[in-house]
Design a protein around this ligand. Sequence first.
Ligand code: D5M
Ligand code: FE
Ligand code: ZN
Length: 465
Amino acid sequence: MLDAQQIALRFLSTRLQVHPDVVRYLQEQDNPDLIERIIAQVPPDTLVVTSRHIPGLTSRRDGVRFLTDPSFEIVSGAAGTSGSVNGTSDYLHYFRDRYQRLGGMIRSRTSGMPIEGLLRSNRYRQEECTIIGMVAEVKSTANGHRIAELEDPTGAIAVLFRKDKPIFSDAERLVHDEVIGVKGKLSHDGKLFFAEQMFRPDIRIDNTPYKSDSPGKAVLISDIHVGSNTFLEEQWNRFADWLQDEPAHYLLIAGDLVDGVGIYPGQEQELTIRNIHEQYDRLGEMLSDLPSRMRIIISPGNHDVVRGAEPQPVIPKPFSDKFPKNCTLVENPALVNLQGVRVLMYHGRSIDDMIGLIPGASYEKSGQMMEEMLTRRHLAPAYGRKTPIAAGKQDRMIIDPVPEILHTGHVHIRGITMYRGVLGINAGTWQSQTSFQKQMNVHPTPALAVTVDLQTLQPETVSFM
Ligand code: D5M
Ligand code: FE
Ligand code: ZN
């Protein structure tokens, strides 16, 4: 996504002001050429560039969003945007970008001071102040308090969250590499910061989701696992039959399309299709049997043939050859716009990590796991554990803009949640319990689809068991 300030500066350099709606639109388009085209096209007496100056765009009723195609647009995560990773310089950029953008969200509600400034002089000791930093490390003390090392670009400080303070329930759920703000006081000796209050980047409390002004229905699924001997073919066929008569406009599939090969030890014994090409070809046939009036949006997961590091690229050419024409391939994650309703699709591998780090978290509570992402405004906050992240120049895992719907998969367990106006949906899987999941004690909820009416944003679960 382009930087808002840079967009505004580019316009200012030609003596043009620019409306925030237009900045937002240009950020979403992520195409610097478009800015140049608009500058070249505005009439010479223009003072402020508004939506009127952008040709071919229809505005959403609230004037916030513009669509070239009112029924469907990929906001981010289009094919070819995942990029490659170039060593340590990108890694530094990545964390700087993560800190700047998430810190900026916190700063819009409370101002913070640089950690270095706090430590340099005695002036701030015992004075209430706020700092904004990334959690470098977090652990429990011998007395059951939590202590976190908080870092910003200027310095680092140990922050203590006492177990007898109301703040402790937030602090318990701290994971490393998330960005937070803390209000509190520095100790006498300047070595420890006592936290009183904590701010996450979070969704605004008054966030109101956009609803489509024309009829539309989306069907959300994930984790089909074609090729596995636990893939539920009969149930899938029932789903396909049901779609024939269902006025559904969109089918969204959030990863693990096929079971893949060599994904876990002993997998060969549990495959009915042992060739990865044949697995995708079979999926292509299944999708071709679905109504061609539907737009099918497909993103990959950790069982798919692309690199594991997120953002994961789209399913590449030879594998998608048999997919019907009504399929659109997107990356993982991807933000798509259905009639103005934005759906953030993310397979959800980071849930494995969060379950290990957040007390009380579990596979059964996939709804809560989506809330943990939304409050941190990040799809995979903890870096360097099971979820490989391609640390490119920009952090593509940041949740910005706020979607109407967060669509995840991976856990194979249905979960639906509503958090500050954002609808979180995990529809489960089309695979019954595998021996691996038995060992992991994961009890799937298979053969479910979740539909969403785009005019009301009401979800409904349909079972095909
Ligand atoms: O994930 C299917 C389910 O298995 C999901 O609930 C997560 C769980 N799973 C997958 N890999 C692991 C590891 N490494 N540890 C613990 N739990 C795991 P799928 O991506 O379909 O294999
Ligand atoms: Fe899966
Ligand atoms: Zn998965």
